[in-house]
Ligand binder design. Structure first.
Ligand code: NAD
Length: 449
């Protein structure tokens, strides 16, 4: 990681706090945390030198719970497996999760966590061992639970891993004679209390965010706008899967192994290529589609097109990338993809930035629906209501409504506030919008304390 992500988000909160004229105590409140858990977990994994033996490994595990304006609110957020996981990275993402919740109107605070290891280098059996140990320790520390902190899929985690977490959580609760609601985890498979549409919710939400901005800003784009995409995991893949339905033509994709550019390739052929590839990478596809290879994010984001979608890791849009940015719209699928120094460069170039805390909030929104369902605020009974028959359409219309309402409000708010003589960015407007929504609740809590 090149920069301090926590410092970046704190400085954005301070700036939004200044423009929004929020009191100092509120900025301090939002810059700090309710709880941080960080441990070095020693776990016996298969010895690479002798697969019949085990070898102890130490894995850093962290979970950060940001703030809840009301003590009855719980926290929720993603769980990732990646060698770069650090406490400060998860702190920054936990704050982002809160802001996303509050933009959408979800009465929860944000959290985020992960384990620092490379899942590509461990067997399925070892992955299960690691996950179960993490859950046992998190229960011991009271860090997970439907009324404490709900975990959701993020980088390198998926519905199967969410089901492992939930099953182990339920097993431990059963041993202690405690209730086992399925809501400690969201993003589970639909047959096990998951919500139809959760898997594609973040990718779909990106399209709703784009639709809302296009409609309210009257952005003139061609009939079939073109897009480049970084990352082809949950967010990128689903964004691409839905692109045709939303009238968008993908022209280039890149991941950490490589990429390609072609103005008119077959997206079905790309899905087939990726699904048959053990690394699930787009690298090498240029040979199939007879396009140009793309070897770096700099190359991808310099391509002239209408929309650029970073949907991989943080800090993809460095100042160098921003200087040569080829798209008119930056739609942030990943969390924290743009460095603060890149923002003014993009602004000067007239790029419309649809910020992460609004654009990629589709996943957290549907996770909240799932949590509501599985805490039995809304009934869930797999025997009475087979998941296949439950309708993702209802989920999608609620999601679209949330994006449309809140996106419109962010745009309106941005049009009323100036910083000096310039209108503020949509990113700052989103921060102020989120901070405005929960400020009165934080104020009441402060008076009570
Ligand atoms: P994922 O693990 O499913 O996919 C990650 C993708 O990024 C893969 O295609 C991988 O090849 C690619 N990638 C990894 N390192 C890269 C690098 N150095 N350069 C280029 N590509 C690289 O993860 P995901 O769930 O799709 O999450 C992607 C981003 O979206 C993350 O920032 C995550 O926090 C954010 N996000 C995810 C969700 C969700 O619901 N999954 C919700 C909101 C935000």
């Amino acid at each position: 990681m090149a920069t301090d992500l926590l410092k970046n988000i704190r400085s954005r909160i301070e700036r939004a706090g200044g423009i929004g004229e929020f009191p100092d105590w509120y900025i301090l409140e939002l810059s700090g945390f309710k709880r941080r858990w960080s441990t070095d977990m020693v776990v016996d994994l298969t010895d690479p030198a002798d697969p019949l033996k085990t070898k102890p490994e130490s894995i850093k595990v962290v979970r950060v719970q940001h703030r809840t304006p009301d003590n009855s609110w719980i926290t929720g957020g993603g769980w990732r497996h990646h060698p770069d996981v650090t406490l400060s990275q998860m702190e920054s993402h936990a704050i982002e999760m809160s802001l996303k919740d509050w933009i959408i109107g979800i009465p929860h605070g944000g959290s985020k966590g992960g384990a620092a290891f490379d899942p590509r280098k461990v067997s399925q059996k070892d992955l299960l061992t690691i996950v179960l140990r993490i859950v046992s320790e998190a229960i011991e520390e009271n860090i997970i639970g439907p009324y404490i902190d709900r975990w959701a899929p993020d980088v390198n985690t998926n519905p199967t891993i969410m089901k492992w977490i939930q099953d182990h959580y339920a097993y431990e609760m059963r041993k202690q004679g405690r209730p086992q609601p399925a809501a400690a985890v969201t993003g589970k498979p639909v047959q096990f209390g998951g919500m139809p549409g959760r898997e594609e919710a973040t990718g779909r939400g990106l399209h709703y965010a784009l639709q809302t901005f296009r409609k309210n800003l009257d952005i003139k784009l061609p009939d079939e706008p073109t897009a480049v995409l970084q990352g082809f995991g949950n967010v990128g893949y689903n964004f691409a899967k839905l692109a045709k339905e939303f009238g968008i033509r993908i022209v280039g994709v890149q991941d950490q192994y490589g990429g390609f550019y072609h103005p008119d390739f077959s997206i079905d052929e790309l899905f087939k290529y990726v699904n048959e590839n053990p690394r699930r990478t787009v690298a090498g596809f240029h040979e199939v589609c007879k396009g140009d290879p793309i070897n770096s994010p700099e190359e991808l984001f310099a391509k002239k097109c209408d929309i650029a979608v970073p949907a991989a890791l943080e800090e993809a849009i460095t100042p160098e990338v921003a200087k040569n940015f080829g798209a008119r719209i930056l739609l942030e699928g990943a969390n924290g993809p743009t460095l603060p120094e890149s923002d003014p460069i993009l602004e000067d170039k007239g790029v419309i930035v649809i910020p992460d805390i609004y654009a990629n909030a589709g996943g957290v929104t549907v996770s909240y629906f799932e949590w509501e369902q599985d805490t039995h605020i809304r009934p869930f009974d797999p025997m009475l209501e087979p998941p296949k028959e439950r309708d993702a359409g209802l989920v999608f219309s609620a999601l679209q409504g949330a994006f449309s309402r809140n996106g419109k409000n962010i745009i309106q708010l941005r049009n009323t506030i100036k910083e000096g003589r310039k209108p503020i960015t949509y990113r700052l407007a989103s921060y102020i919008y989120a901070m405005n929504r929960v400020f009165p609740i934080f104020e009441v809590k402060r008076r009570k304390n």
